[in-house]
Design a protein around this ligand. Structure first.
Ligand code: PEP
Ligand code: MN
Length: 358
């Protein structure tokens, strides 16, 4: 008898479960519609006041046997899941979000060189352009190893206004001359949108440094240029902020964006920044844009360049960025992290040994 009663009660619970399931999904669909309206209005998905009102209404209507605390805890969980759903749907709509496992942006340079398509790309060069002789020595070494994109930095964002700020346009002229001599492309940091027209005469790929990742007027203006853009992750930027920064460029009309993970600010002092290698895996999962690892500014020291380069390649990144100088100890900036030419050659030998199956 009691066994039959148990069966009967359990089958009633099964029916109620299915009703709750149906109601939960009905609620999720409504939340998703609300999310679309909020996106149109530009309002935030998270509204604590609305949550508080819903919890009060539930308390007032709760006839037990669950206590108000239990009901509130259950509904808070539902609110959390709803917010996650709204955020996931919002992310799925952004242009830089990967829509399918095969979705990838391949950057094609004028001679057919590709970034983001199986081949591991090395972007290299000195921290800053200082003289023709220095750039010529580096350019020759890079060309010898098949590097196609050379750093030609003429505007340096320095912590102190009294430190070397870069040569400006004369530096760009040197970079262009050397790149032409060795059949390479120049990438150079832009700090302000007013520089676009002048820099366009010299630069093949614009470069936005970590300090400017959220300079939205600059990002929007770079959406209008014909050159690809390298965008570095901000010093303390979350991956979501990083992808939204890329979204500014892409939604303004330039689909050719390369992301660079360059280390983030943490409590650690034995490296300049902490290389966030999980960021590479997440960015590759969430976005179709190519991802490059900066092993120089993340570490801030040359003695761990080799292991970081191996890790960068093994992580599934599309390439790495490394600073190279003919005589690093006398460099005007980042002397501790730049590799000498022989160290650069050793690094190139090393990464050739790392094989990654896509
Ligand atoms: C650079 O790569 O030249 C540079 C200044 O690095 P970051 O913007 O990442 O600090
Ligand atoms: Mn540097």
């Amino acid at each position: 008898m009691s066994v039959d009663r148990l069966k009967e009660l359990r089958s009633q619970v099964d029916v109620v479960n299915l009703k709750i399931l149906d109601l939960l999904n009905q609620r999720a669909r409504l939340v998703s519609d609300i999310g679309h309206v909020q996106a149109e209005l530009g309002t935030s998905f998270y509204d604590p006041q609305r949550e508080a009102e819903m919890l009060t209404a539930l308390e007032q209507n709760n006839n037990g046997p669950f206590s108000n605390e239990t009901i509130k805890a259950l509904f808070r969980e539902i609110f959390r899941a709803s917010l996650a759903l709204e955020e996931k749907e919002a992310r799925a709509k952004i242009l830089v979000q990967r829509k399918s496992p095969t979705d990838k942006t391949i950057i094609r340079l004028p001679d057919g060189t590709e970034i983001g398509n199986e081949h591991f790309t090395v972007i290299a060069g000195s921290c800053a352009v200082v003289s023709f002789e220095q750039m010529d020595m580096v350019g020759a070494a890079l060309a010898e190893r098949g590097v196609r994109v050379m750093r030609g930095m003429a505007f340096k964002p320095r912590t102190s206004p009294y430190d070397f700020q870069g040569l400006g346009e004369p530096g760009l002229k040197i970079a262009r001359q050397v790149a032409n001599k060795y059949n390479m492309y120049v990438t150079s940091e832009i700090m302000d949108k007013s520089q676009i027209s002048m820099m366009s005469d010299y630069v093949d790929i614009f470069w936005v440094g970590a300090r400017n990742m959220q300079n939205s007027p600059l990002l929007k203006a770079l959406g209008q240029v014909r050159q690809p853009v390298i965008l570095k992750r901000g010093l303390s930027a979350t991956l979501e902020e990083f992808l939204y920064a890329a979204e500014y460029i892409v939604s303004s009309g330039n689909a050719n964006v390369i992301l660079i993970e360059r280390g983030i600010r943490t409590f650690e002092r034995w490296t300049r920044n902490t290389l966030d290698i999980s960021a590479v895996a997440i960015l590759k999962l969430e976005s179709h844009l190519p991802v490059v690892v900066d092993i120089s500014h993340s570490a801030g020291r040359r003695d761990i360049a080799l292991p970081l380069a191996r890790v960068a390649k093994a992580s599934g990144a599309d390439g790495l960025m490394v600073e190279v100088h003919p005589n690093p100890p006398v460099a005007m900036s980042d002397a501790k992290q730049q590799l000498s030419i022989s160290e650069f050659n050793a690094l190139m030998d090393e990464i050739e040994k790392v094989h990654v199956t896509p």
